[in-house]
Write a protein that binds this ligand. Sequence first.
Ligand code: G1P
Length: 303
Amino acid sequence: MTQSHPRISKAVIPAAGLGTRFLPATKATPKEMLPVVDKPAIQYVVEEAVSAGLDDVLMVTGRNKRPLEDHFDRNYELESALEKKGDGERLAKVRESSDLASIHYVRQGDPRGLGHAVLCAAPHVGHEPFAVLLGDDLIDPRDPLLARMVEIQEKCGGSVVALMEVAPEQIHLYGCAAVEPTDEGDVVRVTGLVEKPDAADAPSSYAIIGRYVLDPHIFDILRKTEPGRGGEIQLTDALQHLAEDEKVGGPVHGVVFKGRRYDTGDRGDYLRAIVRLACEREDLGPDFRTWLRSYVAEEMQQH
Ligand code: G1P
């Protein structure tokens, strides 16, 4: 089924969370600004949107989030100091984030959940399909997931979620999808969705990872969606409506991701993400891997 759509160009990044899992680091600094190696987590996410062709980015922020705006803005003082020193390499790094995309901001006001954060994007998005990227999930740029999701949305219409198979004891941390196969190996038809089910009630082992391409009908549904799990307005619940009644903005498909994903929302996973990414960096990797090997060897001798 091929439908004609405007090219998807808008990405929404909810960034209003309090980041309590990282206190005290997040007392005065947004969690999105925590460095993953030497770049704030949020910059990876914006880069991912841009490399999938989405260069209009709306961040849904809250109180304490001004550093996000500063990061994606020019910093003339720093730029002129680096210019005077002739430090072109660092100057390029400073300018990289402000030249990336056209970035807009809206405040969420009351933190009423992910569905509510997405609804705050309605005036900016208008009537086009759009992407949502959650900052806690980093997708390796070598495994381009979002571009594939955009492709499937352009082919099938409706909405597309990113899915990943997880172990049964992990499913309660995610939205979970009931699925049917399609002709394309990496694409499934989503027939139902449930937010953070107990393992015993989960309809499958497919977890929603934080990437969505959504039909704008989602806004009408979100306006009517009652608070669900955790007393919050859940995006998963609104998507469930799209999946069960595809006359209103459906269908919902899932792209099954088998690539590299780093979770930066939890302290342990955040540390693992940093170690993995640092090991793979051309500039830092060789020295860091040498140190890591000897550190692990020492650890193994002691325990
Ligand atoms: C959110 C969504 C959930 C999804 C997850 C992916 O939950 O509500 O459906 O599986 O992101 O990271 P959160 O992790 O924000 O609680």
